[in-house]
Design a protein around this ligand. Structure first.
Ligand code: UDP
Length: 410
């Protein structure tokens, strides 16, 4: 019933020239005593979102260094995913808690998955709240259990976290992006490890400027005029409406500026479509605002092209767990402006490797500064890329996982 996910092959040695030999050597040393360990990653989906983005690289790299790793997706139907969507929003601060039926549904799907789960693992890594009850329900199926939290639990709905807490604090180990996200009352070995991006994935691999231009032109961008761009889901917390407002202020001073809002959509997410439509309405048919999604064939390569070509990359979130799109953007060495919230300040030092902002006006002001001064843009872009290279590329995350496994076994 749990579905194994097929991932391709990746080779750690391919990353040596990007992250440096010493990190690669450190990883090989840490991996040596862990060879052959049976590791299972469990998540709710293999498509879309940060978790699957990471696992498509992490699982093959763990295999490449000698671990016996699988990734399984739990079984669930619409009622379960409706409940977990409410849970996700509530845990990030939404006042609406799950109904009693939704909590029952969450528990009973976890029970079904617990029964079906294979045993005999050395480490099971459970990602996010959807399958979080599995450890309590089937502890005998693995020697070690780790709960990996990818969301911002700093201001959760108190009723929701109270009901979830008994399940997550039972894990002998857990991993959070930031200390602020660890909920009060959490127990066990708590690890703080931010996520990372894959510099060799199609979304992030090096692109020539000409290739980026070729792709952007196909979407109607005038490649000779300046372009602002935000890549993210159409979600109120990502504030695409605020980005449009900032663009309008810039446009008064620099009429040639264009804006691209690129976001992926799920067919089964009516709220997402409502907000997408609200964003389109807010753009008021301005021909220089390009609102694109995966139904316009915008996939990883296109995201890469937009990020590689844009003159200013924006992530004007008002709430952000980590924001993989931030490191993805900065890795392209383009100047970046981001909301001063959640995981964004981890990735950007204000004034050094980009700008942190807290309002529409500030976003517009920093955009104007960057567009008026290409030298400033290049300096920020270069510094940003070095920061991401040192802290937010996948081999660093692989090393951190190996350390966690080794500590649990010690
Ligand atoms: N993403 C994408 N296409 C889009 C929008 C987003 O591939 O049109 C990807 C994005 O590149 C990133 C992930 O989805 O890898 C989103 O992760 P992030 O942490 O930025 O935000 P979340 O959506 O999880 O809140």
């Amino acid at each position: 019933m749990l579905q194994p996910v097929a991932v391709g092959h990746k080779f750690l040695s391919d990353y040596a020239s990007i992250v440096g030999r010493s990190l690669i050597d450190e990883i090989r040393e840490l991996a040596e005593p862990l060879k052959g360990r049976r590791v299972l990653h469990l998540s709710a989906t293999a498509f879309g979102g940060g978790v699957s983005e990471i696992l498509y690289t992490m699982v093959p790299l763990m295999r490449d260094v000698g671990l016996d790793v699988e990734w399984h997706v739990i079984y669930g139907r619409e009622e379960f995913f409706n409940a977990t969507k409410v849970m996700h929003n509530a845990l990030q601060g939404n006042p609406q808690d799950l109904t009693d039926e939704q909590w029952d549904s969450w528990r009973s799907y976890n029970e079904m998955n617990a029964r079906e789960l294979d045993g005999g693992w050395d480490h099971v890594v459970v990602h996010d709240p959807q399958p979080a009850a599995l450890h309590t329900l089937a502890p005998e199926k693995s020697k070690h259990w780790i709960w990996r939290c990818h969301i911002d639990l700093s201001t959760p709905n108190p009723r929701t976290i109270e009901k979830l807490l008994p399940y997550i604090k039972a894990y002998p180990a857990s991993v959070f992006h930031m200390q602020q996200y660890v909920p009060a009352g959490m127990e066990g070995e708590i690890n703080i490890v931010p996520p990372a991006i894959d510099p060799l994935a199609p979304k992030n691999m090096a692109f020539s400027p000409e290739d980026a231009v070729y792709i952007c032109e196909q979407f109607g961008i005038d490649v000779d005029r300046p372009l602002m761009c935000q890549v993210s889901r159409f979600d109120p917390w990502k504030d695409p409406l605020g980005v449009i407002d900032a663009y309008r202020i810039v446009k008064e001073r620099m009429p040639e500026v264009q804006l691209a809002l690129v976001g992926s959509m799920a067919t089964d997410d009516p709220e997402g479509w409502d907000f997408f439509n609200a964003t389109v309405a807010h753009a008021e048919r301005d021909p220089d605002i390009h609102i694109l999604n995966n139904f316009n064939n915008v996939g990883a390569i296109e995201v890469n092209a937009f990020q590689s070509h844009a003159d200013v990359l924006i992530q004007k979130s008002t709430r952000e767990g980590f924001g993989l799109t931030v490191s993805e953007a900065i890795w392209k060495a383009r100047p970046f402006i981001g909301g001063n919230v959640g995981g964004i300040p981890l990735q950007v030092e204000d004034g050094v490797s980009g700008f942190l902002v807290s309002s529409v006006e500030e976003t517009a002001q920093r955009t104007i500064e960057i567009l008026a001064d290409p030298t400033l843009g290049r300096r920020l872009g270069r510094a940003g890329k070095e920061h991401v290279r040192r802290h937010f590329l996948m081999p660093r995350l692989l090393r951190d996982w190996l350390r966690i496994f080794a500590t649990l076994e010690a």
